[in-house]
Ligand binder design. Structure first.
Ligand SMILES: Cc1cc2nc3c(=O)[nH]c(=O)nc-3n(C[C@H](O)[C@H](O)[C@H](O)COP(=O)(O)OP(=O)(O)OC[C@H]3O[C@@H](n4cnc5c(N)ncnc54)[C@H](O)[C@@H]3O)c2cc1C
Length: 373
């Protein structure tokens, strides 16, 4: 009998941990997820649901490529989850726009899109800058006050809660084990040998994957990994259900398959405070009404705040511990967008025991360089 509890222990059962766990279980590895539970901050349950390409990787082509790879695989990934579990993620990829309300915004946007285009290399990144008339043709509901928009065909959206549910169900179907209310308190680490204490028990495995979102900083220190993630709050408003009116997502406003309109998302340094504030909700609503005047009459049914898992440069953090090989970290602030890449590729890298050079740009070594500078 094996004296380990699993081939891999995954610490954290949000979108990132569950995507990686599903991928590992699908490859036949005995995988066990330890998850803190409802008292933890959980970005996966409070996010906006974009599978978004057009704002990822300015100056970092590796991130643009990784994001694109995931977004390109999302439709097939979504079909796979549906056939594995019967859970539909609601994924659609009609393209997407970032709407600008004044000339300054439009000029900045245009420069950034051109930069992405130039940096894309073989991946290629096609985009269009739309004037108000062209934008109105694409999305008739847009109002007269917009200055224009950027468009790419690569963007889409999904229901993040159904995605998480589908991933979880697929993980269990492939023999994965999920232990809730199991906050990891300590890790006794040796190369290829990890003993993790959680919920009053100790679990042993030759590999661990840190996927605990904002919990990764503390857990990283236990396995020789520097993971300086911090919370960045986003607030979101949701309206009542409406007739289909938005045929594609925009960066800040999208209509869900159920008909509600989601309006987001702010960015605030608020520490671990995930409450909402009337000032931010007001600003979001004002911008939304300017963009889509029909929203003036929409009833808001809910608003919430949630905490992004943000690294100092906004890029994902992927690394295997040099001191304790077998310990990996996987964390990012675009866990919906990157779900396909995490399930299909990151999981395989963990199974094979090494991260490839293409992920080198996301190593924790960059934080040592920043600290030295
Ligand atoms: C407002 C907002 C909007 C967003 N919009 C988008 C979007 O449109 N598109 C997109 O791609 N991404 C978006 N994101 C980001 C996305 O939600 C996150 O990247 C993703 O959810 C991160 O998932 P995670 O599993 O790393 O973290 P979490 O969802 O936070 O999960 C971490 C898990 O780890 C567990 N945990 C923590 N500490 C421990 C411990 N010590 N022991 C055991 N378990 C532990 C917790 O219980 C939790 O279940 C948004 C985020 C926010 C906040």
């Amino acid at each position: 009998m094996s004296n380990t509890d699993a081939d891999v222990l995954v610490l954290g059962g949000g979108l990132v941990g569950t995507a990686v766990s599903y991928g590992l279980a699908r490859l036949g590895l005995r995988t066990l997820v330890l998850d803190e539970g409802d008292i933890a901050h959980r970005a996966s349950r409070g996010n906006f649901g974009l599978v978004w390409v057009q704002s990822k990787g300015f100056g970092v082509p590796e991130y643009q490529r990784w994001t694109r790879r995931s977004a390109d695989e999302w439709a097939d990934f979504s079909r796979e989850l549906l056939s594995e579990t019967g859970v539909a993620s609601g994924h659609e990829r009609p393209g997407g726009v970032t709407i600008c309300l004044n000339e300054d915004e439009l000029e900045r946007r245009s420069k950034r899109m051109e930069q992405l285009h130039l940096e894309a290399g073989e991946t290629q990144f096609e985009y269009e800058m739309l004037n108000p008339a062209a934008l109105k043709k694409l999305i008739p509901a847009v109002g007269p006050e917009v200055a224009g928009a950027s468009y790419t065909p690569y963007d889409g959206h999904a229901n993040p809660l159904y995605t998480l549910r589908g991933l979880h169900a697929a993980f269990i179907k492939h023999g994965g084990r999920y232990i809730p209310n199991a906050r990891v308190e300590a890790i006794a680490a040796a190369p290829g040998d990890f003993k993790v204490r959680a919920g009053g028990k100790v679990y042993a495995a030759p590999k661990v994957v840190l996927a605990a979102g904002l919990g990764n900083q503390v857990l990283g220190a236990m396995v020789g990994l520097n993971v300086p993630v911090r919370p960045v709050r986003g607030q979101i408003i949701v309206t009542e259900r409406m007739q289909p009116v938005l045929n594609m997502p925009t960066l800040m406003i999208r209509q869900t398959v159920e008909g509600t309109i989601m309006i987001g998302e702010s960015r605030e340094e608020s520490g671990f405070d995930d409450s909402t504030s009337s000032e931010v909700v007001h600003t979001l609503a004002q911008r939304a009404v300017k963009t889509f005047p029909f929203l003036r009459h929409a009833r808001i049914v809910r608003s919430w705040g949630a905490l992004r898992v943000m690294s100092p440069d906004g890029l994902p953090v992927y690394e295997q511990s040099a001191r304790f090989p077998g310990a990996f970290v996987c964390t990012c602030h675009s866990g919906v967008t990157l779900a396909a890449a995490h399930a299909r590729h990151y999981a395989r890298f963990v199974a094979e025991g090494a991260l490839p050079p293409e992920l080198g740009r996301f190593s924790t070594r960059r934080f040592d360089v920043q600290a030295a500078a």
